[in-house]
Write a protein that binds this ligand. Structure first.
Ligand code: GAL
Length: 652
C-alpha cells in the first residue's frame, strides 16, 4: 500500500541497486518514474535513448517492486520548443509568451504539441505497454497546474472560434444567449470572436464562461487521446492521473477523470494550508502551521474520492518541508505518519511519497525527500517505517468504502461563475465550501462530494454551498430525494449562459422552496453583522440576500434587523448569507437531530472517520487528547488516549 516517486535519471547508476533494496526494506511496493524525463528519452528530434530506462526498470523489478510509468509530456524539451515555438502558451493577463525554463510550458490548443505529445506517448506505450514490471500508467503530471488550462494564444483563439461555432450553431444564437447587444458587442461571424482577455475593463461574463468551458474541453481532449493511446498498447494496466486540488484547477476534474481507472491526488498539506489560509489571523493559523488544518487534507481526499470512480491513490505525499509555499515550515514529527493514515482512512488504496531523495540541484533542491541528498535518512523514513509496521498489523481492507450519509454537491462550473462574477472581492468559492465542510467534520460526520448528476438516494443530508447554475434534471432529483437539502447564497441565480434567472434567484430552486431573492449585497470582511438562530447570536458576513417569502416558509434565522436570513420549507433550507463556523455547526447540529444523523462531539482538533468497519481517529492537536470509543471497539493501532499528532484505529 506504499510507494515512492523516483528519478533514476537524477542519480549515478551505481546508486540504483542500493536505492531499490532500501525501498523494499522500507515496505514500498510501487515506484513511479519518468514523468519529466523526455530530454533523456529523446535527446534530439527522433533520436531515442531508452537503454537507461530499460536498466532502471530492470533494477526496480529486480527488487520485486512494481513500476508506474508516466508520459513525460509535462516537460517538452528545448529542441522541441525550438522546432515548434507555438507550443508555448500565452499568459492571459499580459498577453506575453510563457517561456521555456520550468515546466508545463505548453498550450493545449497547439496542434503541433498535441501531435508531438501523442507521438512520444505512443512510442513509450508501444515500447513498455506489456512490460511485466509495469503495472500502471500515469498521464502527464498535474495537468492543469501552474495556471495552464488557459492560454491567450492565436491557436487558442482560432480553436475557441471553432468551439463556439460548434456549441452555438449559428452566430445569432450566440448573440442572443450571451446578450451581446450590451455595449455593442454583437458579432456577425464566429471568426470575429476574440478571447475574453486583455480588454479595457471587465469582459462579458457569458463570453468568459464559454471560454472556460472551451479551455477545459481542450485539456480533456488532450488527456483523453493520451489515455486512448496508452490503453491501446498497455493491456490490463491501470491508467491514472495525479490531480491537484479542485481549488487550483480551471479544468473540470469530473470530466478529466471520466476515462481513468481511478484518480490519484498529490497531497501537500503544509504548502497548501499556507496558501489556502493566507488571510487567516495568525493566532488561528499558527497552531496548524506545522500540521496543516485538520480538515484541509481530508477536504481534498473526500473531493478526490468523489471524482474517482473507486477509491483513490495518493501519488505524491509531502515528506518534509516543500519549497513552493509562501512559507515552508517543517512538519511536526509524526505528521507524515498521520497524513498517510488520514489518506487511507478517507479512501486511499496506496500512498506514494514524493520523493525518494532530495535533489541536490535545480528548482526543488529545498524540497525534502525521504532521504537527504547525502543519502542519509530524513524524519519521513522513520515515520514510513512505522506506517509499514502498522499496516501489517491493521490489515485494512482497501476495497472498503467510506460510509457517508452526508454529501456536498459541487461542480467546477460553479466555481467559474463566482470567479467570473466577483460581485464582492471576499467571496471565494473554495473558502465558502470549506466552511460548510469543516462544520460537518467537526460534528464527526463523514462527507462525500458529489456532482449534480450523481445518485442522491443514499444520503440523508445534501449540502450545496454554492450552485448558481442548476438544471431541471437536478431539481427533479431533489424533489424525489429523501434528503434534507441545504442551499447556500447565490444558488440557482444564473442560467447556464451566466445570465440572470428570469424568475429571480434562486431560479429553479423555487420549485423546492418558494422564495425570491429581491436584492443581493456584498459587505467588507471587517463589517460583519449579527445573525440570530435559536437562542444564539452568530455572524453574517460578506454576502447578504434579501429573501421574500410567503407565510408557508419558515424564517429559521434572521439578520440583525429582523429580516429573514435562513428560510426553511419542508425538507429544503436556503441560507442567504455567509456566516461563521459556529452558526454552521449549530445549524447542522439541529438538522442532524431531526434527521437522526449520528454526530460526535470530539475534542478540538480531533477527527474521526469510518471506512468499512474500521474507525480512524486523528489528533491534530499539540496536546494529548482523549475520546470515548464504543464498547465493541477493538484497537489495532493506539487507544482512547492520543498523544499529539497521534492516530488510533479500531475495528467494530
Ligand atoms: C507537485 C509536482 C511534483 C513536485 C512537487 C513538489 O505538485 O507534481 O513534480 O514538483 O509538487 O512539492
Amino acid at each position: 500500500m506504499l510507494g515512492i516517486c523516483y528519478y533514476p535519471e537524477h542519480w549515478p547508476e551505481e546508486m540504483w541497486a542500493q536505492d531499490v533494496t532500501e525501498m523494499r526494506e522500507l515496505g514500498l511496493e510501487y515506484v513511479r518514474i519518468a514523468e519529466f524525463a523526455w530530454s533523456k528519452m529523446e535527446p534530439r528530434d527522433g533520436e531515442y535513448d531508452f537503454t537507461w530506462l530499460d536498466r532502471a526498470i530492470d533494477t526496480i523489478a529486480s527488487a520485486g517492486l512494481k513500476v508506474i510509468m508516466c508520459t513525460p509530456t509535462a516537460t517538452p524539451p528545448k529542441w522541441l520548443i525550438d522546432k515548434f515555438p507555438d507550443i508555448l502558451p500565452v499568459d492571459i493577463n499580459t498577453g506575453t509568451t510563457r517561456g521555456f525554463g520550468s515546466r508545463r510550458h505548453y498550450d493545449f490548443s497547439s496542434e503541433n504539441y498535441f501531435n508531438e505529445a501523442m507521438r512520444i506517448t505512443e512510442v513509450l506505450a508501444k515500447r513498455y505497454g506489456e512490460h511485466p514490471a509495469i503495472v500502471g500508467w500515469q498521464t502527464d503530471n498535474e495537468i492543469a497546474c501552474h495556471d495552464t488550462t488557459h492560454s491567450g494564444s492565436e491557436n487558442a483563439k482560432l480553436a475557441f472560434q471553432k468551439w463556439c461555432a460548434n456549441y452555438y450553431d449559428d452566430i445569432d444564437t450566440l448573440n442572443k444567449a450571451w446578450g451581446t447587444i450590451f455595449w455593442s458587442m454583437e458579432y456577425q461571424d464566429f471568426s470575429q470572436i476574440e478571447l475574453p482577455i486583455l480588454a479595457v475593463t471587465e469582459t462579458h461574463p457569458s463570453h468568459n464562461l464559454a471560454y472556460r468551458r472551451f479551455s477545459s474541453d481542450q485539456v480533456i481532449r488532450f488527456h483523453d487521446e493520451m489515455i486512448r493511446i496508452i490503453r491501446a498498447n498497455a493491456p490490463d494496466r491501470f491508467v491514472t492521473h495525479n490531480f491537484i486540488p479542485m481549488v487550483d484547477t480551471q479544468t473540470d476534474n469530473y470530466a478529466l477523470a471520466k476515462n481513468l481507472d481511478f484518480v490519484a491526488y498529490d497531497n501537500y498539506p503544509l504548502g497548501r494550508t499556507d496558501m489556502f489560509f493566507k488571510d487567516m489571523p495568525a493566532e488561528e493559523f499558527k497552531p496548524y502551521m506545522r500540521t496543516g488544518h485538520p480538515d484541509f487534507s481530508s477536504y481534498s481526499f473526500d473531493q478526490t474520492r468523489g471524482v474517482s470512480k473507486n477509491n483513490f491513490w495518493i501519488m505524491e505525499q509531502q515528506p518534509g518541508p516543500v519549497n513552493w509555499g509562501y512559507h515552508n515550515p517543517r512538519p511536526e514529527d509524526g505528521m507524515v505518519r498521520l497524513w498517510s493514515w488520514q489518506a487511507f482512512a478517507h479512501g486511499a488504496e496506496v500512498v506514494c511519497y514524493f520523493r525518494w531523495r532530495q535533489a541536490p540541484f535545480a528548482q526543488e533542491q529545498m524540497h525534502a525527500g525521504v532521504k537527504r541528498n547525502d543519502n542519509s535518512k530524513s524524519q519521513a523514513w522513520f515515520e514510513i517505517e512505522r506506517v509499514r509496521d502498522e499496516l501489517a498489523k491493521a490489515h485494512i481492507d482497501t476495497a472498503a468504502p467510506v460510509k457517508s450519509k452526508v454529501a456536498i454537491v459541487t461542480g467546477t462550473i460553479n466555481q467559474w461563475v463566482t470567479e467570473i462574477e466577483r460581485q464582492g472581492d471576499s467571496y471565494n468559492h473554495q473558502q465558502v465550501e470549506f466552511a460548510y465542510y469543516t462544520a460537518l467534520r467537526q460534528l464527526g460526520l463523514s462527507v462525500d462530494f458529489i456532482s449534480t448528476d450523481c445518485d442522491f438516494s443514499r444520503y440523508d443530508l445534501l449540502v450545496a454551498p454554492c450552485l448558481p447554475i442548476v438544471d431541471q434534471a437536478f431539481i427533479d432529483k431533489c424533489k424525489h430525494s429523501k434528503a434534507h437539502l441545504v442551499f447556500g447564497p447565490r444558488s440557482g441565480g444564473k442560467t447556464s449562459e451566466l445570465t440572470l434567472a428570469p424568475e429571480l434567484p434562486p431560479g429553479l430552486i423555487q420549485q423546492l422552496i418558494p422564495i425570491k431573492i429581491h436584492s443581493t449585497e456584498t459587505i467588507r470582511p471587517d463589517c460583519s453583522e449579527t445573525l440570530n438562530f435559536n437562542d444564539g447570536e452568530y455572524e453574517s458576513k460578506l454576502w447578504r440576500e434579501e429573501i421574500v417569502l410567503p407565510e408557508t416558509v419558515i424564517t429559521a434565522a434572521s439578520y440583525h434587523d429582523g429580516k429573514p436570513a435562513v428560510a426553511r420549507f419542508e425538507n429544503t433550507s436556503y441560507i442567504s448569507t455567509l456566516s461563521c463556523e459556529g452558526f454552521l455547526i449549530a445549524y447542522f447540529e439541529s438538522l442532524a437531530a431531526e434527521l437522526d444523523l449520528n454526530i460526535m462531539k470530539l475534542p478540538k482538533d480531533v477527527r474521526i472517520v469510518d471506512r468499512g468497519d474500521v474507525a480512524f481517529v486523528f489528533n491534530y492537536g499539540h496536546v494529548e487528547q482523549h475520546f470515548k470509543a464504543p464498547s465493541n471497539a477493538n484497537f489495532v493501532v493506539g487507544g482512547e488516549t492520543l498523544a499529539p499528532y497521534d492516530v488510533a484505529i479500531y475495528k467494530k
